[in-house]
Design a protein around this ligand. Structure first.
Ligand SMILES: *[C@@H]1O[C@H](CO)[C@@H](O)[C@H](O)[C@H]1NC(C)=O
Ligand SMILES: *[C@@H]1O[C@H](CO)[C@@H](O)[C@H](O)[C@H]1NC(C)=O
Ligand SMILES: *[C@@H]1O[C@H](CO)[C@@H](O)[C@H](O)[C@H]1NC(C)=O
Ligand SMILES: *[C@@H]1O[C@H](CO)[C@@H](O)[C@H](O)[C@H]1NC(C)=O
Ligand SMILES: *[C@@H]1O[C@H](CO)[C@@H](O)[C@H](O)[C@H]1NC(C)=O
Ligand SMILES: *[C@@H]1O[C@H](CO)[C@@H](O)[C@H](O)[C@H]1NC(C)=O
Ligand SMILES: *[C@@H]1O[C@H](CO)[C@@H](O)[C@H](O)[C@H]1NC(C)=O
Length: 437
């Protein structure tokens, strides 16, 4: 008994310490979500010796959007860079590349992975939109600010009266109710942000399990069980959020009625109309938040109802694609004025390949590299890719953390729509990718 008590106090302390560290070390999901409107322009590692960068690299991990768009069912991602025939003196280097991997899951499992990834990013994007509904410049925050302002006006506009021996505003009570309401709304908005932060973490875990399914890492059955657990967890988090949202409401209706009557008796139609306006904003904002949460709930329901069976179908139909090699060829053209910025061209499509950080010495061909690319599609919509590649098929967690810290310091998103996912490497030749470009 004694020991158990000490243990639980200790673990509670450790948990508290972890929470405190976490809170200071990172911002929350909503503040990151709102900061993300244009591609960041992180500094690149321009002192790179590009020739030392050539040769073979192993994929250590990629962010989810890239992974589930290009590498479903793939393990053993490798790249081989060499000097292209078309290199011209006085230009940045023209590099030939071969990206290869080994596909290890069947077609219906691949469909399952693709559906899970689609739902996860949809849910995450709805959570982001919900952040903007409860943010600093949102209609809901404006409503709370307006109520505080009206309270101030009411206090100063109306004649003072003697109440129980002290001089007070005739509408002191009304002003105070409005103040309390404004405060409750602001508290609720901040509670919603915390709730969204928890939800975002659970969605990230769903993406990680999906990455295990995609790479046949561990048993499919146990990953599917884990997926169901995580969806249940996310659904419970949604329910708590819905309970919090109920508090987005103006003072109890009967108080509001009394307040309005009393102000109208004094002819203060301005305050009354401002209160009604705030009340309208609050109702509208609340409906919008609830409808986002409902959309998230339906998406998650669909995920557990329709997707898991896909993972057993390949065995049932005896259609497991035997492991097969997959590869693409392309070029990477180095920017003449910024040595660590390359433009990768594959099948006529091009995208930025920026080397943000290198571990190890040029003379040893470097040990690991942090690669980033970002493109702006539309207003407020960017697509980012982040990769870590290494000269060896395994890279120490310390180095991975160090590189991810560089990414985080540069404001690169690895939240629930695009978390960083590790790549399974089996060692050896792992499917023997072709040697020549
Ligand atoms: C780069 O080299 C490839 C051949 O590998 C060639 O087709 C391409 O035109 C070259 N690109 C540039 C920009 O030099
Ligand atoms: C309402 O809040 C304002 C500012 O927060 C404060 O100055 C004022 O005294 C409050 N009024 C009442 C009646 O609580
Ligand atoms: C709603 O607001 C009341 C009054 O401020 C508070 O006591 C209660 O805990 C809130 N409920 C939730 C779910 O946050
Ligand atoms: C090369 O990099 C410089 C500096 O970042 C940039 O201004 C320029 O547009 C880049 N050139 C190309 C062709 O991308
Ligand atoms: C972002 O843009 C891409 C391409 O234009 C589009 O497919 C995607 O749906 C957009 N996402 C959002 C959240 O607007
Ligand atoms: C494979 O699964 C194990 C167990 O869940 C996990 O610890 C490991 O990180 C996974 N590997 C990759 C590359 O995702
Ligand atoms: C990488 O490509 C070059 C050029 O095609 C080739 O000579 C080399 O053997 C390849 N390296 C590996 C490890 O496949």
């Amino acid at each position: 008994m004694e020991t158990a008590g000490v243990c639980s106090i200790l673990s509670a302390l450790i948990l508290l310490m972890a929470l405190a560290l976490d809170a200071t070390a990172t911002t929350n999901f909503c503040s990151r979500a709102l900061a993300r409107k244009a591609c960041p322009t992180p500094p690149t590692f321009d002192s790179i010796d590009i020739e030392s960068y050539l040769g073979k690299w192993y994929g250590i991990g990629t962010t989810a959007i890239f992974r589930f768009r290009n590498e479903i069912g793939a393990v053993c991602a490798q790249a081989n860079y060499s000097i292209a025939g078309g290199s011209t003196a006085g230009q940045g280097l023209n590099i030939s590349l071969i990206n290869s991997d080994l596909r290890v899951i069947g077609p219906s499992s691949s469909l399952g992975v693709s559906l899970i990834s689609g739902v996860a990013s949809q849910v995450c994007s709805s959570a982001r939109k919900t952040c903007s509904l409860v943010a600093v410049d949102s209609q809901l925050q404006n409503a709370a600010d307006q109520l505080t302002k009206v309270a101030g006006t009411i206090q100063s506009r109306h004649f003072f009266a003697k109440v129980a021996g002290t001089i007070q505003s005739r509408h002191f009570k009304e002003a105070s109710v409005l103040n309390t309401t404004a405060h409750q709304i602001l508290t609720t908005l901040s509670d919603i942000q915390s709730g969204l932060d928890f939800l975002a973490r659970t969605i990230t875990e769903i993406q990680t399990v999906n990455s295990h399914l995609s790479q046949a890492n561990g048993s499919t059955a146990s990953s599917v069980v884990r997926l169901r657990e995580l969806v249940r967890k996310a659904t419970a988090e949604l329910s708590s959020l819905e309970v919090v949202v109920i508090n987005l409401t103006i003072a109890p209706p009967q108080d509001l009625q009394l307040m309005v009557n009393s102000l109208l008796n004094d002819g203060d139609t301005t305050s009354v109309s401002q209160i009604f306006q705030a009340s309208f904003w609050i109702d509208e904002g609340k409906v919008a938040v609830l409808s986002n949460l409902e959309f998230i709930r339906l998406s998650l329901d669909g995920l557990v109802n329709n997707v898991p069976f896909l993972f057993s179908l390949d065995q049932i139909t005896n259609n497991p694609a035997p492991s097969h090699l997959s590869y693409v060829r392309g070029n990477a053209i180095q920017n003449i004025s910024s040595a660590a910025k390359l433009e990768v061209i594959i099948d006529g499509f091009s995208g930025p390949y920026w080397i943000l950080d290198l571990v190890g010495q040029a003379k040893d061909g470097y040990a690991a590299s942090l690669v980033y690319g970002c493109t702006e599609n539309e207003r407020d919509n960017i697509t980012e890719n982040l990769f870590i590649i290494s000269r060896t098929s395994k890279l120490s967690q310390d180095i991975i953390n160090q590189l991810m810290q560089v990414a985080e310091n540069n404001g690169i998103n690895t939240d629930c729509d695009d978390p960083f996912l590790y790549t399974v490497q089996l060692g050896g030749d792992c499917g023997n990718p072709p040697v020549t470009a």
